[in-house]
Design a protein around this ligand. Structure first.
Ligand code: PGA
Length: 246
């Protein structure tokens, strides 16, 4: 069975103090029925890895370079992430797609880098409000997944998690209804059948977009929703752990 995962995407919010406070709050209230992960900005990853000390919270990065090493000023490679103890990384978050022109091909290259270094890729997909109004949400998400489905092997998929994050729900306070989210998760799972039935059955699909403690239980109880990718609410230890317990 797929185990629930609640992942906190801190985005560009953190300090050493905040990393310490947030993680001690999370560690004090760790649930045992679900996996927990946090994605701090790069400078705080080592601190987070030290603090969790393998205690059941995975530490991930929010991005990764497409190349192995060399003259790529400002980039951080998958080998470096693995070296400092990162076990997960986000790829293709809608903010990276919109603000840094990350393409579906970039996403594939980054996933390959991560898989090569044994890091689990959490690939984000999701439609904008305009696309949903045009009833194009399924075709948009299908397009975002198609290179991954076509190019990655079954073994690669063991290191993959998908996060469905409708762009119109990110940071807006507007959450997809459990029915809307479940519908899209079921659609994504049916797309994954193109790889194999096993991959479709085993791959975790997280929901992201204004998840709060109040909305988490109903979302996470949907058959194809395997947890959440939480932005804003992950910056509050009490709210985040309440989501983990939902
Ligand atoms: P949000 O962000 O929970 O603040 O909407 C989710 C995300 O961007 O991963």
């Amino acid at each position: 069975m797929r185990r629930l995962l609640v992942a906190g995407n801190w985005k560009m919010n953190a300090s050493s103090e905040m990393t310490g406070t947030l993680l001690s709050g999370v560690l004090d209230n760790l649930p045992d029925h679900c996996d927990v992960a946090v994605f701090p900005p790069f400078p705080y990853i080592s601190q987070a890895v030290d603090l969790v000390g393998g205690a059941g919270v995975a530490v991930g990065a929010q991005n990764v370079a497409k190349d192995d090493e060399g003259a790529f000023t400002g980039e951080v490679s998958a080998a470096m992430l693995a070296d400092v103890g990162c076990t997960m990384a986000l790829v293709g978050h809608s903010e990276r797609r919109a603000l840094y022109a990350e393409s579906d091909y970039d996403v594939l290259v980054k996933v390959r880098q991560l898989v090569k270094h044994g890091i689990t890729a959490v690939v984000c997909v999701g439609e904008t409000l305009e696309q949903r109004k045009a009833i194009r949400e399924e075709s948009v998400v299908s397009e975002q997944l198609s290179l991954l489905i076509g190019e990655l092997s079954n073994a690669d998929w063991e290191k993959m998690i998908i996060a469905y994050e409708p762009v119109w729900a990110i940071g807006t306070g507007e959450t997809a209804t459990p029915e809307q989210a479940q519908g899209m998760h079921a659609f994504i799972r049916s797309e994954l059948k193109k790889v194999s039935d096993t991959v479709a059955a085993k791959t975790r699909i997280l929901y992201g977009g204004s998840v709060k403690a109040a909305s988490a239980a109903e979302l996470f109880s949907q058959p194809d929703i395997d947890g959440g990718l939480v932005g804003g609410a992950s910056l509050d230890a009490a709210e985040f752990t309440a989501i983990c317990r939902a």
